[in-house]
Every structure is written in structure tokens, then in C-alpha cells.
Design a protein around this ligand. Structure first.
Ligand SMILES: [Zn+2]
Length: 167
């Protein structure tokens, strides 16, 4: 907006001489002449606008995304978790039902876990670890912007991801 352009008071319509005043009148922001501004603010009908709203908006529009590198650390089950669970359970002399009861899951589900047919979610895997005093979870570091590597260059981490997708 150029300074030479004449502004008109949005209340009385007269050209604004000198600086325009901004105020909220009846909930609407208006550009006012000095006389209307004084009259309305004194009567309490207008609330002065201290900060220019456009600038405030532009500031809030700036992205608040953190700039830190995003990498997700995940826990994943070790490959031979079914066998580890079964051995630990048998070492304690527990049958499927006993362990299932301690884990508060069904015997069928536990059997499927020990057969490698059902991959327990992390929270259940943690309970299994705690009850059997075993370790079946291992950390897996994943980049956020993950791209599939070219064929033949699969690492152990990649294999884990592919297996998860098949679930
Ligand atoms: Zn006016």
C-alpha cells in the first residue's frame, strides 16, 4: 500500500489525514480517521488494534516443524522368538495354559506365538520377556524417509521390515 494513496475512514467515509487508526469496531477491524477513532475508543465501542494482524498471521503461518533429523527407534522381535519362548516356558515347567494365564492371553494365541504363526505386539512381547526373564526384543533403527534398497543389497534391518509388511 503506497503512502500517497488516500485512505478513507471506514466509519465516516472522510479522507484520512495523517496516520490511519486501526480498531476493532463491533468485532470488525476498521481503518478509522483520528476523530472516529477517538470517539469510538472513548465510548468503548472500538478496541484499538495494537499489533498489525497481517504480520501476526504471517508469523503464525511459519512452519513449526522441528529441523532435527528424524529417525525412529523401534523394538522388533528377534528371529527365533518362538523357540526362545517355548524353551523358557518349558524350563520353568509351565504348560501352555499356565503361561497363557500369566500373560492373560488365550492358550491358542500362545500356541500360535510359539509356532511363529502369530507375532506378538510389543507390549505383549514385553510381558513375555518379564515373566519368562528372557530377551526377545531388539532395537531396530529406521530412517524416517526410508527407501527400499536395490535388490541384492538387503540388510538385516530390511529383512525385518519386509517381514513386518507381510503380517
Ligand atoms: Zn471517521
Amino acid at each position: 500500500m503506497s503512502r500517497s494513496e488516500t485512505l478513507y475512514c471506514e466509519m465516516c467515509g472522510s479522507p484520512i489525514v495523517g496516520r490511519p487508526y486501526r480498531a476493532i469496531v463491533d468485532g470488525v477491524e476498521m481503518v478509522l480517521c483520528a476523530s472516529c477513532y477517538l470517539k469510538l475508543t472513548r465510548s468503548g465501542r472500538a478496541v484499538p488494534v495494537r499489533e498489525r494482524p497481517r504480520r501476526a498471521k504471517a508469523a503464525s503461518r511459519q512452519p513449526k516443524r522441528p529441523t532435527r533429523k528424524v529417525s525412529i527407534e523401534l523394538l522388533d522381535l528377534v528371529e527365533d522368538y518362538p523357540e526362545i519362548i517355548r524353551r523358557a516356558r518349558e524350563a520353568k515347567g509351565w504348560d501352555l495354559r499356565t503361561l497363557a494365564q500369566k500373560l492373560r492371553i488365550s492358550e491358542t494365541m500362545l500356541r500360535r506365538i510359539e509356532q511363529g504363526k502369530y507375532k506378538p505386539p510389543i507390549d505383549l512381547a514385553r510381558r513375555i520377556e518379564k515373566i519368562l526373564k528372557i530377551k526377545i526384543l531388539e532395537p531396530t533403527e529406521l530412517e524416517d524417509e526410508y527407501e527400499a534398497p536395490p535388490p541384492g543389497k538387503l540388510t538385516l534391518g530390511d529383512v525385518v521390515i519386509i517381514r513386518r509388511d507381510e503380517d
